[in-house]
Design a protein around this ligand. Structure first.
Ligand SMILES: Nc1ncnc2c1ncn2[C@@H]1O[C@H](COP(=O)(O)OP(=O)(O)OP(=O)(O)O)[C@@H](O)[C@H]1O
Ligand SMILES: [Mg+2]
Length: 308
């Protein structure tokens, strides 16, 4: 076991940085020349209350789910909220690989992980939850064998995460579930456990919108059966740059989800550089556009003011 490191304290960001404007609708009426991208927060949007469970979903791979999960989590802990990230992705390169750099124990020393919560009723949520070096950030890791949930469909799998998270409801303010690029049992269980869905969509790819249509069908089924209060709270336009296509994609999402926030997460070379440095963007480049977008997005989602 390596030495315990000091906790990383993240601070709220300065007010004078280049945050996007907040508008009530996604602007499709001005001429393209005059269009200024903004965070669209419809008048009907209801900010999330605490405690809250948020599932970050899109079956399209590489849409920006993990980036969104991590950056929103860090924006929230910087404002003093206690956050738990749940890794519901069985890929090798999941958020657990990221977060293991920020743990006091190495992954091979982890006794329990998310898979155990689906297959072993005796394992408690707290036993599969681990602190990180970030103050107020815990996570439930997973490894490729989590895929057995989709393969074997253990009894009660669809409601498992919901039941488990209720066991530790008082331990955190916000739970963020990072889903994998699949619409199987694991993603369904995340949707059953969630209050809100956030859908990242690569603003540069029309293909991600196809993933959104498929996800919508699953969300509808979950709402009709196990979780009637589930709502789509936001769509995040990742890798966002100003173009006619991104404007149109934002417009389609705003039409499809009239009560949801449409949040551009501007493209930035620092996103890749932060990955190389094995740091979250918030820590690596706290003053860069994408960091600011997630920071303001997190504030809007929870109705938090500019100050902490
Ligand atoms: N705002 C952004 N600007 C530039 N690049 C971005 C942005 N957001 C995400 N990316 C890049 O897009 C790639 C995919 O991001 P990410 O891993 O978050 O997607 P994902 O949906 O979690 O993928 P998977 O489906 O495999 O889990 C990463 O290389 C990431 O650095
Ligand atoms: Mg991912």
């Amino acid at each position: 076991m390596r030495e315990t490191r000091e906790k990383v304290q993240l601070q709220p960001l300065d007010h004078d940085l280049a945050f996007l404007d907040i508008t009530t609708e996604w602007d499709l009426s001005s001429s393209y020349h005059d269009w200024r991208p903004s965070i669209a927060v419809p008048a009907t949007f209801v900010p999330a209350t605490i405690p809250r469970v948020i599932a970050i979903c899109n079956q399209k791979g590489g849409a920006g789910k993990t980036t969104t999960a991590l950056e929103l989590a860090l924006a929230l802990i910087a404002r003093g909220l206690r956050v738990r990230i749940v890794d519901v992705d069985d890929q090798e390169a999941s958020i657990s690989v990221w977060l293991r750099y920020y743990m006091d124990d190495r992954p091979e020393e982890l006794r329990y992980n998310l898979r155990d919560l689906y297959f072993n009723a005796k394992v408690k949520l707290s036993e599969a939850s681990y602190p990180t070096d970030f103050e107020n950030l815990t996570f439930i890791p997973s490894f490729p064998d989590l895929g057995e949930v989709d393969e074997k469909n253990p009894v009660g799998a669809d409601t498992c995460l919901q039941r488990r998270l209720r066991q530790g409801a008082d331990d955190v303010d916000v739970t963020i579930i990072d889903c994998g690029p699949r619409l199987g049992q694991l993603t369904v269980s995340a949707l059953v456990a969630a209050d809100d869905v956030i859908i990242p969509v690569k603003a540069s790819s029309i293909l991600d919108m196809k993933g959104v249509a498929a996800l919508q069908k699953v969300v509808n089924v979950v709402k009709d059966t196990l979780n009637p209060d589930l709502r789509i709270a936001a769509a995040v336009l990742t890798d966002f740059s100003r173009s006619k296509m991104t404007r149109r994609i934002g417009g389609s999402l705003a039409r499809a989800y009239p009560d949801a926030v449409i949040l551009p997460a501007r493209t930035n070379v620092k996103v890749g550089e932060a990955q190389l440095a094995q740091q979250p963007l918030r820590q690596f480049a706290p003053r860069e556009t994408t960091t600011l977008d997630y920071d303001l997005g997190a504030r809007v989602l929870f109705g938090l003011g500019a100050a902490a």
